[in-house]
Design a protein around this ligand. Structure first.
Ligand SMILES: [Fe+2]
Ligand SMILES: [Fe+2]
Length: 132
């Protein structure tokens, strides 16, 4: 998987949220590199660890972003909140899948993360821009 590079076009117009998105992208890149370099025995364990880290960061970031949306009276907050919850659930399901012995390929895991992250920032978080 190619690494993701932060671009100015990713900016949603708030410095703190942009920084958190950059941090999240850095986390994705770290996980991508880590999984590529791991051997098969370390693999499952590392995937769970990586997902746990993503989940923790998502919790922190989502809560900040939702509070920010409340502050600016963002009208579509309930739907956005649900999208965040969907992500939490998706990660929870992936962890369960790995822990119950299911096969989850490196590429599959990274594709889920990458698609969600980029899609969500560019399509959903970006909508906040006009309300600031
Ligand atoms: Fe969001
Ligand atoms: Fe976000």
């Amino acid at each position: 998987m190619p690494q993701i590079e932060w671009e100015v076009s990713f900016s949603i117009g708030d410095e703190t949220i942009d920084k958190q998105h950059q941090k999240w992208i850095a986390l994705y890149n770290k996980v991508d590199k880590m999984l590529l370099e791991s051997n098969p025995t370390e693999f499952a364990e590392m995937k769970v660890e990586a997902l746990e880290e993503m989940k923790q960061y998502a919790l922190y970031h989502f809560s900040y972003e939702e509070n920010f949306m409340k502050k600016i009276n963002y009208p579509d907050l309930p739907r956005h909140w649900r999208l965040h919850k969907d992500f939490d659930y998706k990660v929870f399901e992936l962890i369960r899948q790995i822990e119950s012995g299911g096969i989850l390929l490196h590429s599959e895991l990274l594709t889920v993360m990458r698609d969600w992250l980029i899609e969500h920032i560019l399509k959903e978080d970006m909508k906040i821009r006009q309300f600031q």
